[in-house]
Ligand binder design. Sequence first.
Ligand SMILES: Cc1cc2nc3c(=O)[nH]c(=O)nc-3n(C[C@H](O)[C@H](O)[C@H](O)COP(=O)(O)OP(=O)(O)OC[C@H]3O[C@@H](n4cnc5c(N)ncnc54)[C@H](O)[C@@H]3O)c2cc1C
Length: 416
Amino acid sequence: MRYSLASLLRQACSGHRGWEAAWRDASPKSAYEVLIVGGGGHGLAAAYYLAKVHGLTDVAVLEKDCIGLGNAGRNTTIIRSNYLLPANNPFYELSMKLWEGLEQELNYNAMVSQRGVLNLFHSDAQRDAFVRRGNAMRLHGVDAELLDARQVRRMLPILDFENARFPIQGGLLQRRGGTARHDAVVWGYARAASGLGVDIVQRCEVTGLLREGARITGVRTTRGDIRAAKVAVSVAGHSSRVAAMAGLRLPIESHVLQAFVSEAIKPVLPCVVTFGAGHFYVSQSDKGGLVFGGDLDGYNSYAQRGNLPTVEDVCSGGMALMPAIGRLRLLRSWGGIMDMSMDGSPIIDRAPLEGLYLNAGWCYGGFKATPAAGLCLAHLLAREESHELARAFRLDRFATGHLLDEKGQGPQPNLH
Ligand SMILES: Cc1cc2nc3c(=O)[nH]c(=O)nc-3n(C[C@H](O)[C@H](O)[C@H](O)COP(=O)(O)OP(=O)(O)OC[C@H]3O[C@@H](n4cnc5c(N)ncnc54)[C@H](O)[C@@H]3O)c2cc1C
């Protein structure tokens, strides 16, 4: 069923009783050509591109819960391609270009809003680092603008320019960055993949991997064994656990990251803003709530909730940036499990076992990568070779030393 103004009017005239389910809630078959473990944005996007680009439709996405209840539905929805490293920048720009055409491609309103992403700087050294990053972006054909304090103030009068502990000197702006509605992205990819013949199997937890020698031949699930020529693991914060089923130890740690939403207020933030003197990032949702986050909780965990000291830490970052929010009430907070890699960059690669493929290590930046990660994982699965823009996301870089440390934090996952 195509969504359009005409279909909306037709349904409105018939009491909205004719809408079809957006995707089939399939029962698993005994065998598939490709199995994707994990019904988050990445797994569903990969399934969609496998069907759409490579014509592979004997594909199932296995999700232990309902699709989109993992990090895909828990993130702060920021999309951007303002990266420094030559291996990262073109990949995230590919993703940005896919975002720009996504709603037309999927025939689904994913509320992609290119409202801009502004990274504030508060010192000369930080400005120099941002200038360097902005120049790297422009050399790759990505938009970047350096704003001075006056220009930032004109855009964001809510920020503290009078008595700030860390005075704002300016910001690096990517106007094409912004936000997208996270669960609509999941539903859009699910609907499009299902429409092309992919089976989306919910409440089907993978509990083991079937193995013949050094080859993975399928999965053991709570709904029975399913055989497959290829199994892709795309389970974000649970990557280490599923990889362990194959006896693999990944260079990944799982950490909690929290997100917060305030009560709704009048429009005060026209773009996404990140604080440069602490870890705090914020945007305003279309309903008016401030959506924000900060640091990881700092310890390994699989619990999808965080602790109060981190709430205090994140809110103090917000207060340092815009004291005017001090009387806002917090409506909700929640946590998600991050697959933090040793260098802060992802892995899209074959695993050391034949028939097993990995999409992992997205840290807390994987939402923006959803379209490109799906496209590149599908490419790897269909063609048995890495997509040209994902070649650097190899698993063996941790052994060979070809790390992609965008932040320069060293091999400490909770700092990336
Ligand atoms: C609070 C928070 C804020 C964030 N903010 C941003 C942001 O602003 N911008 C950004 O780019 N990124 C952000 N991220 C990161 C981003 O959400 C993730 O990197 C990305 O969503 C991961 O890919 P995914 O959507 O496929 O993961 P998920 O949605 O987590 O999908 C993985 C799925 O695998 C399933 N699964 C796990 N184990 C099994 C199993 N054994 N069998 C079957 N299924 C299984 C899970 O249930 C889950 O649904 C944030 C994350 C969090 C938690």
